[in-house]
Design a protein around this ligand. Sequence first.
Ligand code: NAD
Length: 422
Amino acid sequence: MPTAVHGELNVYESAEARFEIAAQKLGLEEGVYRYMKYPEREITVYIPVAMDSGRLEVFTGYRVLHSTVRGPGKGGIRFAPDVSLDEVRALAAWMTWKCAVVNIPFGGAKGGVICDPTKLSKAELERVTRRYTAALSDWFGPERDIPAPDIGTNEQTMAWVMDTYSMHVHQATTAVVTGKPLELGGSQGRKEATGRGLMICCNKAIEKLKMKRESCRVIIQGFGNVGSQAGLLMHAAGYKIIGAADIHGGLYNEKGIDIPKLYDWVYTQKKPLPEFPGGGEKTTAQEILFRPCDILMPAATENQITAQNAHRVDCRILCEGANGPTTSHADPIIEKKGIFIIPDILANAGGVTVSYFEWVQDRQGFFWRESEVNERLQDVMENSFDQVVRYAEAHSVNNRIAAYIMAIDRVARALKLRGFYA
Ligand code: NAD
């Protein structure tokens, strides 16, 4: 467990702290500030599910709609034992800012169910998903709130959400979720999108800092959808991945890790990551963050870099694959060290960007080639990166605060144009 100062690990407080700084620097007027600070709606559902044993279990689920000012709510569904309303609230707000940073026409939402997906059978997971979706079917919808995968959920979960919703509205509605299988209206390139967006940001950052890709050492914490895809793409592009970790522990190898082989080890052979026979030193899942490298990519979960350990981070670029891996208390320490930060609401926005493309394709009923998806993603990520960095330099703020200011400003402008109803 990461060590931290009191209250530091409340992600909602972390998200709020950045919002406060950005809102103040932006000079956001009082009423607009209050409107944007709170979510539009929070829903708690208690989901009765018959377990395989015949026992009845009741799970708690949440959906928070933070903002629909710029478009329908958009945000993943997380299945994890430590899901809390505060966490879902923070993640929903981050989605609003993220969609605004990359300027796609969505608001922000997030959902979660308190459960341990590794301990549920496939049939139990399906029943949890379907009952959660049924409970929220009046709130979900392609024009209302569009879920996607997050920690503990995947393409199959999204297929069940799509099917359950479609049964309730009596028509096949593919655009109600993104991150679906290709056979059900998923998009080419969605699986790799978050990792690809991270790599595009790293490409831009090393170009800016005049670093060479071949000598660029990368450490990735988290080897799930985001971390493994970023690793595969960056390895193929010539970066040297010297560290990787998942929940079971880490592996460090100065000579570089063969990521395609590691991927095969973890996903085809289903073996524990630290046992990879390709060579390297075993570390804990957290220690990997403090090994020297050029790019550090926390792509696992929240609160990994805290006020207690930030001084140990030894990298040139911190590229946040996960949402909220750095606490607000750690921000000043990272800044003081002169680390170039690519904040989560920019760095991992490739996922929601291709989710947006998926939603567009579903609604058009016309699907794009993978090269077309990747090209459009590159345009969005590069433009957003340039805008954030330019804003940071022009206003002497760090990249994180620049991203928040840009996002809050875009939402505030939309809000003022719409006006306040009744
Ligand atoms: P995932 O469930 O596919 O993978 C999570 C990975 O992190 C796994 O390898 C797991 O073993 C590892 N992990 C979990 N806790 C850890 C710990 N304490 N230390 C080290 N490793 C740990 O999830 P994902 O979809 O890859 O999401 C990872 C992060 O990226 C989350 O913060 C998520 O919100 C964020 N994110 C995901 C997407 C997406 O498209 N999936 C998009 C944007 C942001």
